[in-house]
Design a protein around this ligand. Structure first.
Ligand code: ZN
Ligand code: ZN
Length: 878
């Protein structure tokens, strides 16, 4: 069972730290360390870990061995010095747009000062944007949420795991009090988050102050019409001590007979807690920068005869900066003569007004009105509106905006944006598109049908990376906004040696093939939406594959964070139509890179059904039963979600197992019928507990097998005998078999081998470690039956012949990366050989020679790895 303990958290505010020991899944993201080493240079990760361990142990840091870099020391020192000292506000502060509020990148803001980093809202894809645009997460210590809604918190679980794994010691979440429950819910699949202190500072806490600014949380409560009436019972109808299992059955109407119910009951935290969901609350933020003393004007001081350049000047500067008049050489010198004026500290406000029901309470809020024209606090410098056009168009909201001073800047984030966020994705796709126009279709944008509101105050529409600088001076800065020019990307590729030649040859070969057979048979079509592992990165997003079975039926295989965004960029304005065809989602296992995009998909699907005028129906969710505690926690405390799913626990689709409940049986039958499937089978695979692969056999005869994450697995080979297509994970390159065993993944050749044993007609590899971001290393086992997947790649059965022909132009396009990876491999192999050679004298044996050395390799490396592991554990424990 779990324990919930509240303990005071050693931060300046009265934030509280929640300790919840509740491990279900030990590794929350597949092969984290792989990407961590890729994304965060070794030194940075080590530095952070060292900082964390030094801070909490009494040992003096060994300055020789783990000397913290200068910058960090200075940073810490300055922080110390500045504590409790007035007029020492930050010198550099800016507010920067990350997600501009488009459908695929919800609104999020990054605020930078030399002392602190803040993130306002953390929707899905936020960390992918930060990674792509080099906005460092490593120093992020405050995440502020305006509302308990997936749009704002969808990327938070991934972000917390990333912060934890990169060694950020503590992070404070501000906003709705349900954030505590949200963090508990995340723990359902993340396992314990012991290495990072996650504190929640609810809006009910007093204002908070750090080295940069004072933050006031302003709760706005709306009177919502019809809340809780539609799908789920109101909190009052729940027994305060309901059992999670009972809770599970009620909305699920049997919940498909949870054979894994025992685990589920034990697993579900929050049992005994009353539902706390509150969609009527949004939190606005009033942030006031600390005042900053004026600058001392050296030239002016010299002109006035002050002893500049001598030791006597120190106290004089201090006095003048403090606003005192100084007499020097019989002359009275006033501060304004030699100092710029003190900056009292500008205010910026962040508000979300999601719907009309919030307009009245927002516009009459007393705290916010203090920063308007006639308010007591002076005008706000900037108001950030996370507000849809329908609300902006409202006269009440317009009048409220007009009540701010003419000097107040207004920044608007909503779906009415015209900005490209994921430039790298567009770039690679524009280049791949040169190789094959249909297999690598051009990416699209989602446009909104909303008309842009006509506002009476000057305002600025958000763009990705647009900045508003608050210090040293107010200024809009557009230089960071990324450019996305497809013709440039194409030009760049065309200039690569041999690329266009390979493309031409490939096109000729493809033409010869398609003249014979044609690229026909549109269905089934496999659209790879996410082909990377561990966490969303600029080139490859995490696991998701869409299987379009027929013009009106689709199944999604895995649904990592950002899957909906990938759908938006793949289908553009057709995304709603695509979502309405989706009836079934398979989630292979509970690692975050395979399921944290599910909730958005469900919510967006509901919106799509509504806008396409189709009746709502739940989705068939084939997943480990362990997904239910997560969905329940989220449903109970954050947002209604349970009515979206008809759960079919994966276990009941394994051979020889029969679902005990009629309800589950009928779900299975309806799902098969809906998808025109003869069979939907699963099997347990060798990865983590409750990890499954699946096999779908269509009535017309084709069979698709999807491995999920796994080491080579005989049960999978059996299940997929003579399959038409095997999609198999190939996380690591050949030569990293040991690492593959350790992380319970497959290497390229192992994946191919499984396909050969299975006698699969074709094998598509995916789930590549992010160290092979652009392209994995080709193994010697590649044959005409093997293809490499890319995000946004669309494959039909008739493409199997074509796919191997794409390899030469792919190799030419990524020649530089392939060369780098091969160099790395050679270095690694050389190192292994050297280690193997050194092993001999260490063992005190007289045997030598290269061949023995090669044998000795593993035995030498093992203790080393153990030592490295121990080191990591020690750091983790501390
Ligand atoms: Zn996994
Ligand atoms: Zn994975």
């Amino acid at each position: 069972m779990f324990t919930l303990k509240r303990a005071p958290f050693n931060l300046k505010s009265s934030a509280w730290l929640l300790f919840l020991k509740h491990p279900i899944v030990s590794n929350s993201q597949c092969t984290f360390s792989v990407w961590a080493k890729t994304i965060f240079p070794r030194t940075a990760v080590h530095r952070l870990r060292n900082m964390a361990s030094n801070a909490s142990s009494n040992q003096k840091p060994d300055m020789k061995r783990s000397k913290p870099p200068k910058e960090t020391l200075r940073h810490v020192k300055t922080r110390e010095q500045r504590k409790n000292v007035g007029l020492h506000g930050p010198a550099n502060v800016y507010v920067q747009v990350l997600g501009a509020g488009s459908r695929d990148n919800g609104p999020s803001l990054y605020v930078f000062s030399e002392y602190n980093r803040y993130l306002f809202n953390c929707g899905e894809g936020t960390q992918r944007l930060m990674q792509e645009h080099k906005v460092k997460a490593a120093r992020l210590d405050n995440i502020l949420l305006t509302r308990m809604n997936w749009q704002n918190v969808g990327g938070l679980s991934g972000m917390i795991l990333t912060l934890k794994d990169t060694g950020v010691p503590e992070c404070v979440l501000s906003g709705p009090p349900q954030l505590e429950n949200f963090v508990d819910a995340v723990r359902v699949f993340s396992g314990p988050l012991d290495e990072i202190k996650i504190a929640v500072r609810p809006h009910t806490d007093p204002q908070y102050s750090d080295n940069t600014m004072t933050v006031n949380q302003v709760p706005i409560f709306a009177k919502l019409k019809g809340v809780g009436q539609r799908h789920s019972p109101s909190p009052t109808r729940n027994s305060p001590r309901h059992s999670p299992l009972r809770e599970l059955r009620r909305p699920m109407d049997g919940a498909g007979g949870i054979a894994e119910g025992r685990e589920e009951r034990a697993a579900s935290p929050g049992g005994g807690q009353r539902d706390s969901r509150d969609p009527s609350l949004v939190v606005a933020y009033v942030c006031k920068l600390h005042p900053k003393k004026g600058n001392f004007l050296v030239q002016k001081a010299k002109e006035l005869g002050l002893p500049v350049g001598t030791s006597a000047i120190g106290p004089i500067i201090a006095a003048l900066k403090d606003g005192k008049t100084v007499t020097y050489g019989g002359k009275e010198i006033h501060p304004e003569e030699v100092c710029t004026p003190t900056d009292p500290g500008p205010v910026f406000i962040v508000v979300e007004c999601p719907s009309e029901e919030f307009i009245q309470p927002l516009c009459t809020n007393q705290v916010l009105s203090r920063y308007q024209r006639s308010g007591a606090e002076g005008s706000a410098a900037l108001v950030v509106h996370m507000t849809p056009e329908s609300v902006l168009e409202n006269d009440g909201y317009k009048r409220w905006m007009e009540r701010f001073a003419p000097s107040t800047e207004h920044l608007i984030l909503n779906e009415q944006v015209c900005t490209v966020h994921n430039v790298r994705s567009h770039k690679i796709q524009a280049q791949l598109n040169l190789i094959h126009k249909e297999i690598f279709p051009e990416l699209k944008n989602c446009t909104t049908k909303d008309k842009q509101a006509s506002l009476h105050v000057p305002n600025v529409r958000a763009e990705c990376l647009l900045k508003f600088q608050l210090r040293p001076k107010f200024e809009w800065q557009r230089d960071a906004i990324p450019m996305c020019d497809a013709s440039e990307f194409v030009k760049e590729a065309a200039e690569l040696p041999a690329f266009m030649k390979e493309v031409d040859e490939c096109k000729q070969q493809v033409m010869d093939l398609t003249n014979k057979a044609g690229r026909e048979g549109k269905y089934p079509e496999v659209v790879f939406l996410g082909t990377g592992s561990a966490l969303p990165m600029k080139t490859r997003n995490v696991s998701a594959t869409l299987l379009n079975i027929s013009p009106n039926q689709s199944v999604l295989l895995d649904c990592g964070e950002g899957t909906f965004g990938q759908l938006c960029r793949h289908y553009g304005d057709k995304v709603d139509e695509v979502l309405t065809k989706l009836s079934t989602v398979f989630v292979s296992h509970m690692h975050a890179d395979h399921h944290t995009g599910l909730l958005n998909l469900l919510l967006q699907r509901e919106r799509a059904l509504d806008s396409e005028g189709k009746p709502f129906s739940p989705i068939y969710l084939v997943a480990p039963g362990q997904i239910m505690p997560w969905l329940h926690q989220y449903h109970d405390h954050c947002q209604e979600i349970l009515h979206h799913v008809n759960i079919i626990p994966s276990w009941f689709l394994t051979p020889g197992v029969e679902a005990p409940r009629q309800k589950t049986k009928s779900f299975i039958q309806s799902m098969l019928k809906k998808c025109d499937l003869e069979r939907f089978q699963t099997c347990s695979v060798r990865h983590c507990k409750n990890a499954f692969a699946c096999s779908l056999t269509h009535r017309s005869g084709w069979q698709l097998v999807f491995s999920g994450d796994t080491m080579p697995c005989d049960a999978l080979v059996d299940m997929g005998k003579n399959a038409t297509l095997l999609i198999h994970e190939a996380t690591l390159e050949d030569g990293l078999e040991e690492e593959a065993v350790e992380k319970r993944h497959s290497t390229t050749s192992q994946a191919i081998d499984v396909g050969m044993k299975m006698n699969a007609e074709f094998i598509m590899l995916n789930h590549f470690s992010q160290r092979y971001a652009k392209i994995p290393i080709f193994s010697a086992d590649f044959s005409d039956k093997v293809g490499i997947s890319f995000d946004h790649m669309s494959v039909r059965l008739s493409d199997f012949r074509i796919l191997p022909k794409l390899n030469p132009p792919l190799k030419a396009l990524f020649a530089e990366e392939i060369e780098e990876m091969e160099e790395r491999r050679e270095k690694r192999e050389l190192k292994q050989m050297k280690e193997a050679a050194m092993e001999v004298p260490l063992n005190g044996r007289a045997v030598g020679g290269a061949s023995d050395g090669a044998h000795a390799g593993p035995s030498k490396r093992e203790p080393e790895e153990e030592a490295a592991d121990m080191n990591n554990k020690r750091l983790k424990v501390s």
